[in-house]
Design a protein around this ligand. Structure first.
Ligand SMILES: [Zn+2]
Length: 271
């Protein structure tokens, strides 16, 4: 599933091909995505100039002169920039054809992705308005994490993965950030000191930035993911390293289950 770093990598990859281009046509080959694609959407966007490509949580926001497209990659979605004449493959559901002769093509075998259009401020759209702070933005501070952990006995790893409190911190990034912060994943959130909250915020940001730099963790067909996509994975400290040696203390990495997900940590480094 594309996580926040992959979505951000995708955004950076498609942005240069989209900005300042005019939409010739939006072709919806398959409207049955996670939610049905609205029938009038092609007429809404035709002829509009693209002014920018932003990201909010795992939504890509394609800003047009008079509105915004909200695109979610779902579980298996991916985007490519191709000459518009390129033959469609199975599961190519959307084509946003541009005046450059290229198309932004959306492929999604499992169809958990989605496409919406809003003529209003996208921040007020029902899909976006309730979202928690972005981990890489100013709202996600040590003070914020300290405040939302007070009175909560839930394990700190599950708390940082709670998208109602901060968006986009998936399993792999939560595990790695807790290692870097020296915090055991099962600790009650409320037991973290202010300083530990500060270390954890710094670590979450560092892990996500690094993943974005390396184009995400998974090998995918992204535009612009021209580095070695497996490189970030080779640098992981704890994730999927159960029984292997800690890169810091040489002790064995342990694996436990939290909230039906695997958690990896070093018992020595994460006291
Ligand atoms: Zn260790």
């Amino acid at each position: 599933m594309p996580e926040l770093p992959e979505v951000e990598t995708t955004r950076r990859g498609i942005e240069p091909a989209l900005v300042d281009r005019r939409v010739i046509e939006l072709a919806v080959h398959e409207p049955r995505l996670r939610w049905p694609v609205a029938a009038g959407i092609a007429a809404d966007v035709a002829g509009q100039r693209i002014t920018g490509v932003r990201r909010r949580a795992k939504y890509l926001l394609i800003d047009l002169k008079r509105g915004t497209l909200l695109l979610h990659l779902g579980m298996s979605g991916s985007l490519r920039i191709l000459p518009a004449s390129t033959a469609r493959r199975a599961h190519d559901h959307l084509d946003l054809t541009l005046d450059s002769g290229n198309t932004l093509r959306f492929n999604d075998p499992r169809r958990f992705g989605s496409l919406h259009y809003t003529a209003d401020d996208p921040a007020l759209h029902p899909l976006l308005r309730e979202l928690a702070p972005e981990p890489l933005d100013g709202g996600f501070t040590a003070e914020y994490l300290f405040r939302v952990t007070r009175g909560r006995s839930v394990a700190i790893k599950l708390l940082v993965m709670n998208s109602h409190l901060v968006v986009g911190v998936g399993n792999i990034y939560a595990s790695e950030a807790l290692f870097l912060a020296g915090v055991r994943p099962g600790r009650a959130a409320s037991s973290l000191t202010r300083e530990q909250c500060a270390r954890l915020v710094t670590a979450i940001r560092a892990v996500l930035r690094k993943a974005i730099r390396f184009g995400g963790t998974t090998l995918r067909d992204y535009v612009g993911a021209d580095g070695n996509p497996g490189y970030f994975k080779q640098q992981l400290y704890v994730y999927e390293r159960a029984g292997e040696r800690c890169r810091n203390c040489d002790g064995p990495i342990k694996q436990v289950t939290q909230g039906q997900r695997s958690t990896y940590y070093c018992p020595r480094c994460q006291g």
